[in-house]
Design a protein around this ligand. Sequence first.
Ligand SMILES: Cc1cc2nc3c(=O)[nH]c(=O)nc-3n(C[C@H](O)[C@H](O)[C@H](O)COP(=O)(O)OP(=O)(O)OC[C@H]3O[C@@H](n4cnc5c(N)ncnc54)[C@H](O)[C@@H]3O)c2cc1C
Length: 228
Amino acid sequence: MDEKEPPSAAHESVVVAKRWLSNRVFELALVKPAGFDFLPGQKVKVYIAGMAREYTIVSGPGEEYLALCIRHLAEGKVSSRLAALQLGDIVAFSAAYGFFLHRPGRSVFVATGTGVAPYVAFARAGIRDFTLLHGVAAVSELYYRHLFLTTAGVYIGCLAPVDEAASVEGDIFAGRVTDYLRQELVPGQYTFYLCGNGEMVGDAMKIIDNRFDGSRVFTESFFDNDDR
Ligand SMILES: Cc1cc2nc3c(=O)[nH]c(=O)nc-3n(C[C@H](O)[C@H](O)[C@H](O)COP(=O)(O)OP(=O)(O)OC[C@H]3O[C@@H](n4cnc5c(N)ncnc54)[C@H](O)[C@@H]3O)c2cc1C
């Protein structure tokens, strides 16, 4: 399993379920090929119409199906094709690979948007007592909230813009995940996991350097803002 040279389209599987989690994000379930092994936090490359994109596996290793959580980008060349798939369609994908894996320690999981995907896999694999900060733009985008309310030690939905957050209560913070790290998380030594928007990953690294001395950090960037 090599991080730099993802494997080829080794598998083809049937779509068995497509469930919308919000207006823009859906979970796609595929038949898990016999002998398909993966570790929670790993990803696959999906091949469609001559293009390839990476998606993190969100199912647990013991589950019957292989699930991916995908944001449908209106102009997205691959995600729009995946969003149009019907039950029974065939999808080609690689073996699982990658090193964004859970390690022992006092875990703080930080995500923007679909960057929450590896933490879904961790929770479904039985990992507990973590702190999770999930940055989104609206309460309706806090997909997997029910899973995390029963598995996380601390679960905070971080809402920016702030206006909507002002009208909700409980496990919601009005601001970005980076604001929460800067203002709210008790200083200490943690094992941080940062996943999602590359700009958030860079900003969070600087805050961790300044505020959480001696902590470990693992990162996975889904895209950089200058990609847009
Ligand atoms: C290691 C890794 C794991 C990934 N895992 C996931 C995953 O689990 N779920 C998922 O939805 N995506 C994930 N992605 C992003 C995914 O690979 C594609 O880049 C994404 O689906 C857009 O592809 P597209 O062809 O639809 O858009 P394109 O036509 O390639 O371009 C759309 C543009 O939108 C931006 N963009 C890319 N991804 C996102 C996003 N998730 N949210 C907002 N803007 C984005 C980028 O700036 C990109 O240039 C992952 C990326 C990496 C590198």
